[in-house]
Design a protein around this ligand. Structure first.
Ligand code: ATP
Ligand code: ZN
Ligand code: ZN
Length: 966
């Protein structure tokens, strides 16, 4: 494990390069292959902007405010947020090219975006009458800073951290510990500020303060790591030490700061104020600066600068411009000096400076301080940070205290190659390997889990040292107010075993993600049960290690219980819930467990649960992994075990054999492909069938008649499953060509039918008038295109055209070709009038047909919209979503076609994280169809949206006319 600084730096620089490449590929491949207009629809580009004002911001940066080119308009929906890096360029030309400058977004409102540029205003050379566009760029600041830090580390000579570096790279041994407390000249007992600390916490605090170079506080789940660090900081402040406290993420820093606030400690938080929690903004450097004595002077200089700037813009004569420029330069210098002085003064007076690891790098405000200003650097959540990131903070002091848990999730590394070669190895792991217990104290009392839930994790990963605090050791769901006692709420551990019950994972050609319908049904059944006896949905977490399974679970549960959190393991790190339901997904003949095997993931998933943990898995498959086997054994021994068989008998769940024929065919054909031998596969299918029929006598079963009855009365997965079933059946029944739904379907059902038909590749039409209007679903006549579909039907009966059939209409090059800027859609108000002016003949015949159909369609849409009056969940968006709208799978709210894209309304990060899984999803979720999902593409959507707007504008005008006539 010994590694020299030079070797470490060289290797890490290389790995960072891989990582950077992977990230760029992920984020900006989007921008290279997609037109500017489409980028705007995805919310990462804003077209046709003008510079409406500029002023001078902190450190003399130029802050430009950009508004829609045509006054009075709002910006289209977008996902620029403060702190983003954005590139400014002239609206003409390809995206990404001719970028004038890139800056940081500082403010976002409905009608404007402000961006701070390092360049001076005259340096930017802004043309007030020109059209600009703004594109979100991959953030490269992080990498630049990491590289700089590594270079500094490699060339570090005799600074305050030299000894620490030597120790952490094994060049020098640990120095002798300090005496217990350094308050006076005599050693004395620590007097703790927090009287409630347990023995392990006290020991950790004292130990960390005594360590000369490095102390590690190992905080397993729920053991009060933050509580302990707060005490460490207060003690260190009492010793008059200057502290730099950092964590990898803003949220982790804020979490610590919130706990420290109000403790008579002078704290300053570095970082973009816009990125901080509201409750914490007053501790930000900017806020404190603004209130400082210097701030008035600074404000005066700023005013002068803005004045000079506006005269500069007006000045035509060359000599005058030159003079004004020089004046600006002098003012900028003065401003910078004053602000630096103010910053330095404030930072020096603070007891604790807090920042993210990136924020603590030398490129931030810390460069104002003397090199040896800080005595201790504290890195919280150290096990979630790349080592290189930690060094950004650690090169500021001779001592460090690292806190975290290396048995929970490591830092996220995008590049597999980089991760494999060691980029994910954290400083904490490395130091513990190097010095073992000599530098570490573990917190051993945990304040979260029932002791049964805790014990397995404790035995496996924490040497059996964890003890549940008496306040939680025996707590159960039934102890919560409003929760009744049932067989589910009276037990801390439950295993629902699908072994031998024919609940195979989906056999998919690509290996991107995994799903298991049977397990999803079982999770749904169990969640239903818990909620039906009073457990509140927000107290339950549903966790699956695969994104596809997360999707399957959301389809079943999100609409029913919007407050229920369903996420992958990563989404729950650092959090807790009263009840946790985990689906392990894997169930196959080969016993493949895949990346499930990551022990830390399992550990995090299990240890989120306070009172109740339910694991749903195929014990046979997952037992091929040693770690999981021990979990299954532990659950069998200490918890309740139920066989999925029981749920099959109750009708909650069907076996693979009972699922629609097509689905089975598809699965077995996939299986055949994989096992190559056909006869073998047939045999196994038969064998499994037999297994499913016999009741496994060896399974311990706990049954409770009342709970069971309650369960069967309830629809397990709601209306959607019902409708889906009828459509899947129709789809696989070759004797039927049409399936009519009754006119009584409500709008939500209609929406579901529409969605499911779309996924199955079925054509969906509305027939009849008034109350007789109903949906008819038919199979496509081998014609994927609307043009032919329209001809195939009696035009008068086709009133509504499903979005599905419209999709393929989008020609690869039509008159709305968007590569050039001329065709960029004008702002909303103009769009409607333009559409009217445009002669119809300009369109291709294909589009004419589409137009006519859509006109009809939109009559229906608007009629429905008027009736239902359900509007888009996007703030202030008045659009109706009764018929044309989509539910966001991430937040479960319903949006209009303009706002339903997750990136547009604020679910972008979640969407991005699962982008890969989504790609595989389409062909995968409904294997019975064999047809990939055809979502209307962006342009078709835009077209529809435009139509809707045109209609609405027209109607508004009509109404106005009517009013006038009266
Ligand atoms: N000595 C203590 N006595 C009673 N409760 C405590 C004690 N220490 C911590 N807790 C409680 O335990 C919970 C977790 O504490 P804290 O937030 O400090 O833990 P953490 O280790 O940072 O959390 P995580 O495990 O999620 O990282 C809190 O509710 C806290 O009040
Ligand atoms: Zn959303
Ligand atoms: Zn909307």
């Amino acid at each position: 494990m010994d590694i020299s600084v030079e070797v470490y730096v060289a290797k890490t620089l290389k790995l960072l390069e891989y990582e950077r490449e992977a990230e760029i590929q992920e984020t900006s491949s989007l921008q290279e292959h997609v037109s500017a207009k489409e980028l705007q629809q995805r919310g990462v580009c804003l077209l046709k902007l003008r510079v409406s004002s500029q002023r001078t911001g902190l450190y003399g940066r130029t802050v430009l405010t950009l508004e829609p080119y045509w006054p009075g308009n709002e910006l289209p929906a977008h996902n620029f947020t403060p702190g983003d890096i954005a590139g400014l360029s002239l609206s003409k030309g390809e995206c990404g090219s001719d970028t004038i400058a890139s800056g940081i977004v500082t403010r976002v409102s409905q009608s404007a975006v402000s961006v701070a540029f390092e360049e001076s205003y005259d340096g930017l050379n802004i043309d007030d009458s020109a059209q600009y566009k703004l594109v979100k760029l991959a953030n490269d600041v992080t990498y630049r800073r990491l590289k700089k830090t590594l270079q500094k580390l490699a060339t570090y000579r005799s600074g305050c951290s030299q000894h620490l570096i030597d120790v952490l790279f094994g060049q020098t041994d640990l120095g002798p510990a300090y005496s217990v407390a350094r308050d006076g000249d005599t050693a004395q007992e620590l007097v703790f500020f927090n009287p409630h600390l347990d023995a392990s916490q006290r020991e950790a605090v004292g130990f960390a303060l005594r360590q000369r170079e490095v102390g590690v506080i190992h905080g397993p789940p729920g053991t009060g790591k933050t509580t302990t660090i707060v005490e460490v900081i207060r003690q260190a402040v009492k010793q008059k030490l200057k502290i730099l406290a950092c964590a990898p993420s803003n949220i982790a820093v804020d979490n610590l700061l919130e706990r420290l606030a109000g403790q008579k400690v002078k704290v300053i938080r570095l970082g973009h104020p816009a990125r901080l929690l509201a409750s914490i903004q007053r501790y930000s450097l900017d806020a404190i600066l603004a209130g400082s004595d210097e701030s008035k002077l600074v404000a005066d200089v700023r005013k002068d600068m803005d004045k000079t700037l506006s005269s500069l813009k007006k000045a035509r004569d060359g000599g005058a411009r030159q003079r004004l420029r020089e004046e600006m330069r002098a003012l900028r210098k003065e401003l910078r000096q004053r602000e630096d002085a103010a910053t330095r003064d404030l930072l020096k007076r603070a007891d604790v400076v807090m920042a993210t690891l990136t924020g603590a790098s030398d490129e931030g405000p810390l460069k104002q301080l003397e090199e040896d200003h800080f005595d201790i650097v504290i890195v919280d959540e150290c096990s979630q940070a790349m080592e290189a990131a930690c060094w950004q903070a650690m090169l500021h002091a001779p001592r460090c205290i690292l806190a975290g848990d290396h048995n929970q999730l490591p830092p996220t590394i995008i590049s597999n190659k980089a991760a494999k070669e060691g980029l994910a190895v954290t400083l904490m792991e490395r130091v513990l390997k190097l010095y073992k217990d000599k530098v570490m104290r573990m917190l051993t009392v945990q304040y979260r889990m029932n002791d049964r839930i805790m014990q397995w994790s404790s035995d496996q990963l924490y040497d059996g040292k964890l003890v549940a605090h008496e306040s939680v050791a025996k707590h159960l769901l039934r102890d919560l107010t409003g929760v009744s006692e049932t067989e589910d709420t009276a037990i801390p551990l439950l295993l629902i075993d699908t072994a031998g019950c024919h609940q195979r994972e989906l056999q998919l050609p690509d290996e991107v993600s995994k799903g298991n319908e049977g397990e999803a049904d079982l999770v749904t059944a169990h969640v239903d049960r818990l909620i039906s006896v009073g457990v509140s949905p927000q107290d339950i977490a549903v966790i699956a290690p695969y994104n596809l399974q997360v999707e399957l679970l959301r389809l079943r549960l999100s609409q029913k219980y919007p407050k229920l959190e369903i996420k992958s393991v990563d989404g729950f790190q650092g959090r807790e819930k009263e009840a946790v339901v985990i689906s392990f997904v894997r169930s196959n003949e080969k016993g493949e467990v895949g990346f499930l095997a990551l022990e830390r993931r399992i550990n995090v998933a299990i240890t989120r649960a306070r009172r109740h943990l339910a694991v749903i898995c195929d014990s046979e498959t997952v037992s091929h992994n040693k770690f999981l086997k021990s979990l299954v054994e532990y659950l069998s021994e200490h918890g309740d075990v139920r066989s999925a068989e029981q749920y099959i008998q109750e009708g909650v769940l069907s076996t693979d054999c009972q699922r629609p024929e097509r689905l089975r065919n598809l699965e077995s054909s996939q299986r055949n492909k994989q096992t190559s031998s056909r006869s073998k596969s047939d045999k196994t299918t038969k064998k499994n069938h037999k297994n499913a029929q016999q009741t496994p006598q060896d399974m311990r079963q706990t049954t409770n008649m009342t709970a069971r009855a309650a369960l069967t009365e309830e629809q397990p997965s709601g209306r959607e499953v019902e409708l889906q079933q009828s459509l899947v059946e129709f789809h696989s029944d070759s004797s039927r060509t049409e399936h009519a739904f009754p006119a009584s379907l409500n709008s939500h059902d209609r929406y579901l039918v529409h969605e499911i038909a779309e996924r199955l590749g079925l054509v969906h039409l509305s027939r009849g008038e008034g109350i007789e209007r109903h949906i008819v679903v038919s199979k496509p006549h081998k014609m994927p295109c609307l043009a032919s579909s329209v001809n195939n039907h009696d035009a008068s009966s086709v009133k509504s055209v499903s979005l599905t059939s419209v999709t393929c209409l989008t020609p690869s090059s039509d008159d709305s070709n968007d590569s050039g800027d001329e065709n960029v859609a004008p702002p909303r108000a103009e769009r409607a009038t333009n559409a009217k002016k445009k002669p119809k003949s300009a369109k291709k015949p294909k589009n004419k047909a589409l137009d006519r159909e859509m006109d009809d369609d939109f009559d229906a849409v608007i009629a429905a919209a008027m009736k239902e009056n359900v509007s888009c969940a996007f703030t202030k968006c008045p659009a109706s979503t009764a018929t044309l709208g989509q539910n966001c799978p991430f937040c479960a709210r319903r949006f209009c076609l303009r706002h339903h894209i997750p990136e547009v309304h604020g679910c972008g990060d979640k969407a991005k994280a699962r982008a890969r899984a989504l790609i595989s999803r389409d062909g995968v979720l409904y294997p019975g169809s064999g047809v990939p999902s055809k979502k209307p593409n962006a342009r078709t959507r835009a077209h529809l949206q435009q139509k809707l707007e045109k209609k609405l504008t027209g109607m508004e005008e009509q109404r106005r006319h009517k009013k006038k006539e009266k």
